[in-house]
Design a protein around this ligand. Structure first.
Ligand code: G3H
Ligand code: 13P
Ligand code: ZN
Length: 332
């Protein structure tokens, strides 16, 4: 058993309370390797932002849980060395069973998500409650989910989205004791969130996706005043990186993400955690493709992973400052 406290990590409790009060959202960035992790921490130290480092099942399979835990310990020390002890959470993204959550808690995670959103309501309640009981014994915080997002949720794939039912949220939170709740209000996972047919065009001819269901979010806030709400599937799919990928040999179909203005609006509400994975993949892939296309003789991985890391860092800084509003809140 390794406690996250020994690693210098924190759980989400204080972080979320401050974010809800302060009208900003904590970035929850997924990572799978060293360059992504370095970029996240550099960006968050430079912008003085708290951060949630997210690990999916895919990331655990790819990188190994012992390595990931020790990387988290390493970045706590790295942040200190860079001059700012930002609060850092190590979070399990889309935990699919009690056993997975337990294994992560026993291996130094400070926060876990139990995703029972695909289960019948009572089963979701029972599973989430079981995880909460185990997690709270170790001061680990738990994110539950109600409502189903369209797109891919790790192994759980859904073609359609089912918005969260506001009439269920109070009962779910009181029965399970979860610390935060992921909801479905129109975001979806992956880089292909909306087709052109689902969008309208603005005066400049740019595709604009349908608005998130802020009416549902408001109803949820009324039922759970001050309770931390989480938005998954919140990549904005930066068009510069989609273009870069396609210009340098890639083949991505057109896609539109969640507009930054809508995420900004959400961050001002009870939404205090915003999950972003796909945008990091796009920035990294675009940059690597560009370097390799422009310097075909290059074969030193540092020469393309280094620029990819820098592009990621710049993108995360922009999100912290201009979208989530978490910049400057590390030492609140
Ligand atoms: O919500 C899902 C995340 O983007 C994780 O994706 O399972 O491919 O690591 P992954
Ligand atoms: P995106 O695919 O929009 O980046 O969402 C990531 C996510 O929700 C991880 O849990
Ligand atoms: Zn997600």
């Amino acid at each position: 058993m390794v406690s996250y406290k020994e690693l210098g990590l924190v759980n989400t409790k204080d972080m979320f309370a401050k974010a809800v009060k302060g009208g900003y959202a904590i970035p929850a960035y997924n990572f799978n390797n060293m360059e992504q992790m370095q970029a996240i921490v550099q960006a968050c130290v430079e912008t003085k932002s708290p951060v949630i480092l997210q690990v999916s099942k895919g990331a655990r399979d790819y990188a190994n849980i012992n390595i990931l835990r020790n990387m988290a310990r390493g970045v706590v020390e790295y942040a200190h060395e860079l001059g700012c002890d930002i609060p850092i959470v190590l979070h399990l993204d889309h935990g699919d069973s009690f056993e997975t959550c337990k294994m992560c808690i026993d291996n130094g995670f400070s926060s876990v998500m139990i995703d029972g959103s695909h289960l019948p309501y009572e089963e979701n309640v029972a599973l989430t409650k079981k995880v909460v009981e185990y997690a709270h014994a170790f001061d680990v915080t738990v994110e539950g989910e109600l409502g189903v997002l369209a797109g891919i949720e790790d192994e759980v794939s859904s073609e359609v989205s089912h918005y969260t039912k506001p009439e269920e949220v109070e009962d779910f939170v009181s029965k399970t004791g979860c610390d935060s709740l992921a909801i479905s209000v129109g975001t979806s996972h992956g880089a292909f969130k909306f087709t052109a047919e689902q969008c309208t065009r603005n005066e400049e001819g740019i595709l604009v996706p349908p608005e998130l269901r802020f009416d549902i979010l408001e109803e949820i806030e009324k039922k759970l005043p001050g309770f931390p709400i989480v938005l998954h599937g919140s990549s904005s799919v930066p068009q510069e990186y989609v273009k870069m990928i396609n210009e340098f040999g890639g083949k991505l179909k057109d896609s539109v993400g969640i507009p930054e203005s809508q995420l900004r609006k959400a961050a001002l509400s009870a939404v205090c955690k915003i999950n972003i994975d796909s945008d990091g993949r796009l920035a990294m892939t675009g940059t690597i493709r560009k370097v390799l296309a422009e310097k075909p003789a290059e074969f030193d991985p540092r020469k393309y992973l280094g620029p990819a890391r820098e592009a990621l860092k710049q993108m995360y800084m922009h999100k912290n400052i201009d979208v989530l509003g978490s910049a400057g809140h590390a030492l609140d």
